[in-house]
Design a protein around this ligand. Structure first.
Ligand code: COA
Length: 176
């Protein structure tokens, strides 16, 4: 089991170590950051986040039963008006991958989004080559809505994004 706690400055170095290649960084965060990740860019990333009750983004680290930090996940683009948000910046440390941690993080973040923040819709985008991430999100209950073809150009190759989402009633049915 994992628990989610707010990501803060003390966690920067570890995340910088995890995001060790440009390809990993693009999978993790698209074009948001310039590689390599830096403390300065993470200062900007956490600005105005994790401020209850009405932040536009909440950034979390995932901690396992041993107290080891094993992952990162964010709920951002929070729209109070539309009761919507997007899951983003999902990362599981390489040595902890394949153990269902992505699935547990997604499940716990959906619970926060639907129960605590009272959202109606939670969506995300994932590159179509990222089979592990797509499987993780499908297991957590998100459905594929469509694709954005060739949205990102990285080293002369276009990347296509799959859009996925889950609505509150679908989440409640899964967790009844
Ligand atoms: C994508 C990522 C988050 C997955 O984390 P994880 O904790 O290993 O994922 P999980 O263990 O919860 O689930 C992965 C599922 O995909 C499956 N899987 C793994 N690699 C796969 C592959 N190449 N093809 C198909 N399925 C694959 C696993 O078997 C597992 O399915 P199962 O639960 O039925 O066995 C992790 O690999 C990561 O951090 N990658 C780098 C950053 C990234 O790509 N982030 C995603 C942003 S959208």
């Amino acid at each position: 089991m994992i628990r989610l706690e707010y990501f803060d400055k003390n966690d920067f170095k570890q995340l910088i170590d995890w995001v060790s290649s440009e390809e990993l960084m693009v999978n993790w965060s698209g074009n948001l950051f310039r590689f390599p990740l830096s403390e300065n860019s993470l200062d900007w990333y956490i600005e105005d986040t994790n401020v209850l009750p009405a932040s536009e983004a909440y950034n979390y680290k995932a901690i396992d039963d041993d107290g080891t930090i094993v992952g990162h996940i964010s709920l951002g683009a929070i729209s109070e008006k539309n009761k919507a948000a997007r899951i983003s910046r999902v990362f599981v440390a390489q040595e902890h991958q394949g153990k269902g941690i992505c699935y547990q993080m997604a499940k716990q973040l959906l619970k926060i989004g639907f129960e605590e923040l009272k959202l109606h819709r939670i969506s995300l985008g994932v590159y179509d080559t990222n089979a592990a991430a797509i499987k993780c999100y499908e297991k957590a209950g998100l459905k594929i809505e469509g694709i954005h073809r060739d949205v990102l150009l990285h080293k002369d190759v276009y990347w296509t994004i799959i859009e996925m989402s889950i609505l509150e009633d679908e989440w409640r049915a899964l967790n009844a």
